[in-house]
Write a protein that binds this ligand. Structure first.
Ligand SMILES: *[C@@H]1O[C@H](CO)[C@@H](O)[C@H](O)[C@H]1NC(C)=O
Ligand SMILES: *[C@@H]1O[C@H](CO)[C@@H](O)[C@H](O)[C@H]1NC(C)=O
Length: 405
């Protein structure tokens, strides 16, 4: 395809997408694969689906360079294997200089995710390194005068919840409550969001006989939370509000919640209920509609969730069940796995297979929450006293986030 025709097509897409999806899409760009296109070839693909935010699991220089001057915003990842090193403030500063500062301002890095799903690894050493690493990375940003433009956070697995149903009963795992309170305190002080990976698919896969498929695919009539009286027409919102309840219970209602991963696999093993092409198309299609409508949750109708879909590509080197390698919206050749209604430009002609994933071994661990979504614990959640003072941080964060869009 010649330059001119591809530009023309891009223009046409931009015009049509202006009407169809005025809201911005965030996508996880995982790279645990040996057949992905060069990041430069991925730029037009990302643009053609109107994605304006990407999340990486590392700070891959090839990606960060390729997306310079594109306007696309990045969450970069600092892998779990570096957390211990980041206890040293000098190392934290060196990391920020090499992996963030040197790409600014051409590449719009707006957030650093320190560690991924750390607390649900149940590794006490790793867990105890998390907050000090976040604090040191933040301190490094302050010393480099970058803390106003780059936020510091970490992404959690939904398994941090002990109670997730009904949403109003949502509560953190008791053994993690202390750590999560300290992390929330950090967010509250620096004004950064709390990130959760939320997968209705895992809840459904674990319990397909009990959970109605249409409820997880955004197509059911829904349920009423007897605790709050709120109506939920889909499980995704129910999961998110369970986290809201858990956050509120420890006194940090002011901290904003964002969804760092959600998605649905287009293929799975025989025992992976729900993992089909049609369900993936329905889930992600309906999710994109939700994003376009800028719809919040029943508990927070006005909240911009800043959802990041998982994932851009199918990743052929991810371990685990077949579903793990089939969460992508696109195949490695840039063709859509299923039709989501996008007019996809595809890959740039510079397309050549990359030499392999640069993810540095950090897996975007897409693992099931340890307890099924519908598990209801016998004892009511302990209601801890409301600790955090109401502050304007959430408002500030919302404003900053609104400006991102
Ligand atoms: C894609 O292109 C077709 C034909 O050009 C057009 O009718 C349709 O509205 C476009 N869809 C989107 C989502 O832009
Ligand atoms: C971590 O601990 C929780 C609670 O004890 C358990 O349910 C979960 O399966 C454990 N997760 C892993 C990855 O070992």
């Amino acid at each position: 395809m010649s330059m001119d025709s591809s530009k023309l097509i891009l223009l046409l897409f931009s015009a049509s997408l202006f009407f169809t999806a005025a809201s911005s899409i965030g996508i996880n760009y995982g790279q645990i694969a040996n057949n992905l296109p060069h990041p430069e070839a991925v730029v037009p693909l990302v643009k053609s689906i109107d994605a304006t935010r990407l999340k990486l699991y590392d700070a891959d220089p090839r990606v960060l360079k390729a997306f310079a001057n594109t306007g696309v915003e990045f969450i970069v990842g600092l892998g779990n294997e570096y957390l211990a090193t980041m206890r040293d403030p000098k190392q934290a500063q060196a990391w920020v200089k090499t992996n963030v500062q040197c790409y600014l301002p051409a590449t719009k890095i707006t957030c650093i995710a320190v560690g991924n799903e750390v607390l649900t690894f149940n590794d006490s050493t790793l867990a105890s390194n998390l907050l000090p690493a976040m604090e040191n990375i933040h301190a490094a940003l302050v010393s480099l005068n970058l803390d106003k433009q780059v936020m510091v956070t970490t992404a959690h697995n939904l398994g941090i919840l002990e109670v997730s149903y009904p949403p109003s009963a949502g509560a953190f795992r008791r053994d993690l409550t202390q750590k999560l309170s300290c992390i929330l305190d950090f967010h509250s002080k620096v004004g950064s969001p709390f990130l959760v990976n939320a997968y209705p698919f895992f809840a459904y896969r674990a319990n397909p006989k009990q959970i109605p498929l249409d409820f997880v695919l955004f197509e059911g009539s829904g349920i009423v939370d007897t605790g709050s009286g709120l109506h939920y027409d889909n499980m995704f919102h129910a999961q998110i509000d369970a986290v809201h309840s858990a956050i509120e219970k420890v006194g940090y209602k002011n901290v904003c919640l964002q969804i760092s991963e959600t998605g649905w696999p287009s293929k799975g093993d025989a025992d992976e209920a729900g993992a089909t092409l049609d369900n993936a198309r329905k889930y992600n299609g309906n999710l994109l509609k939700l994003i376009a409508e800028k719809k919040g949750t029943p508990m927070r109708p006005n909240l911009n969730l800043n959802i990041y879909v998982f994932a851009l590509f199918n990743e052929n080197q991810k371990p685990g069940p077949t579903s793990e390698r089939n969460f992508g919206l696109f195949k490695p050749d840039g063709t859509p796995v299923y039709n989501l209604g996008f007019n996809v430009t595809g890959l740039a002609s510079t397309n050549s297979p990359s030499s392999g994933g640069s993810s540095g071994g950090t897996m975007p661990s897409v693992s099931a929450p340890p307890n099924g979504y519908l598990s209801i614990t016998a004892d009511d959640a302990e209601r801890l006293p409301f600790r955090g003072p109401l502050s304007v941080f959430c408002l500030m964060v919302s404003t900053i986030l609104a400006l991102w869009l």
